[in-house]
Design a binder for this molecule. Structure first.
Ligand SMILES: NC(=O)c1ccc[n+]([C@@H]2O[C@H](COP(=O)([O-])OP(=O)(O)OC[C@H]3O[C@@H](n4cnc5c(N)ncnc54)[C@H](OP(=O)(O)O)[C@@H]3O)[C@@H](O)[C@H]2O)c1
Length: 372
């Protein structure tokens, strides 16, 4: 697409109200039509991009509300809601980016087009070219090579320090991060892996496709007992717990741990829409000398060499097909479906990494257009 064939306006999704504990609705997050900026006067160092698809992330929910104490700054009201994505440069006033190049950025926002200051975006997040010659699909840049893959890798390798023979428990196991965490734990030598996921279909998928040895369905009434009793096995309990969920699942997982067990606290999705539940079994942390450590995958929290090694290892495993991201493009195309796609993520409708195709003309692998 050339800049001369651009429309005069675009759809954006704005945060209109802080949700508190209210369910997400169009009163909170809704579509507005806004004029397209004048790209003939693009500021120096800026690029103008067409959004192809966006990542849907659980951390979007707590970022809507300062009271949720998210690791992201609260999203501003009446502005385009944040979202990472993949898109094409339509117009550039930056020496390193040319029209037609595909880029990944954490700063697309939930909109059809984005005017982006490259240096500012790189300081606060991600902006880089997707090189088709590397043979990695563009969508993988929002999966295995993005916050999802990094969260799974850094949590297993650097925080929980998984080693050969470890017995590993993973919650949110059928999701994007959990699914990769299982595969990465196996690559690091875990001998027995137990997933926790919602529903019998997902539990089967976690075992048969992601390679866990068993999976507990947390929608079953006695799921906490099932998790806690993992430590009663003759072969011992769990050495590592990769926690995506928090709340009751974390509380039960404490009882499943072996002495000196390591817990990587990656997320607490069970509390994102309501309240974070307290722990009843916290004394087990003392009694079994457990280590719990939280961490954030994206940002300046990691030494550059650790970060670069993580990206290199993920890229190698992906290219060698030792790990794979399962993608879930939301059923409908268009940024106006952003709210419904986010709601679907919290209802557990996604199997793997949830993406929303924004551009109906995008024909890349996995897109709705490619599937036709
Ligand atoms: N620390 C970091 O840097 C970092 C980076 C990325 C992600 N994360 C965290 O990792 C977790 C997973 O994120 P993701 O992007 O990979 O999402 P995801 O797991 O692909 O999708 C969310 C899944 O969470 C499950 N879920 C929803 N509500 C739940 C509840 N109340 N209790 C238990 N499970 C629930 C659903 O699966 P079921 O059908 O199984 O319920 C849903 O499919 C989140 O907590 C996120 O904040 C952290």
């Amino acid at each position: 697409m050339s800049s001369s064939s651009l429309p005069s306006s675009q759809k954006q999704v704005h945060l209109l109200k802080r949700p508190g504990r209210a369910p997400l609705s169009t009163e909170i997050l809704n579509v507005v039509t806004a004029p397209l900026p004048d790209v003939s006067n693009l500021a120096s160092g800026h690029v103008f991009l067409k959004t192809h698809f966006l990542s849907l992330d659980p951390s979007m929910r707590p970022s809507m509300d300062p009271s949720k104490k998210s690791y992201r700054p609260p999203a501003p009201l009446n502005e385009t809601f944040w979202a990472g994505g993949v898109g094409t440069v339509i117009k550039s006033n930056h020496p390193e980016y040319k029209e037609g190049e595909l880029v990944l950025s954490s700063a697309f926002g939930a909109q059809e087009y984005a005017d982006m200051d490259v240096a500012a975006t790189q300081r606060n997040g991600f902006f880089y070219k997707i090189d088709p010659a590397k043979g990695i699909e563009p969508r993988e840049y929002l999966g295995g090579l993005w916050g999802t893959g990094l969260a799974a890798y850094l949590g297993m390798k650097e925080i929980a320090k998984v080693k050969k023979g470890d017995r590993v428990l993973v919650s949110g196991a059928a999701g994007a991060t959990g699914g990769l965490a299982i595969q990465i734990a196996r690559q690091l030598g875990a001998s027995y892996i137990v997933g926790v996921a919602g529903g019998p279909g997902k539990a089967k998928y976690v075992v048969e496709e992601l390679g866990a040895d068993e999976c507990i369905d947390y929608r079953e009434a006695n799921f906490e007992k099932q998790i806690a009793s993992l430590s009663d096995r003759p072969e011992g309990g769990m050495d590592v717990y990769f926690d995506n969920v928090g709340g009751q699942t974390l509380d039960a997982a404490l009882l499943a741990m072996n002495p000196n067990g390591r817990i990587a606290c990656c997320g607490a999705i069970s509390g994102y829409g309501g309240s974070y539940e307290g722990l009843k079994n916290s004394f087990v942390i003392v009694a079994r000398r457990l280590t719990l450590q939280g961490y954030i995958a994206i940002g300046t929290f990691w030494p550059q060499d650790v970060y670069q090694a993580a990206i290199a290892q993920l890229a190698t495993w992906l290219a060698e097909k030792k790990i794979a991201t399962r993608f879930h493009f939301y059923e409908k195309v268009g940024v106006e479906n952003f709210l419904d796609a986010l709601k679907a993520l919290f209802e557990g409708k996604n199997w793997g990494k949830m993406l929303l195709q924004v551009d109906p003309e995008w024909k890349g692998e996995g897109s709705k257009s490619a599937a036709k």
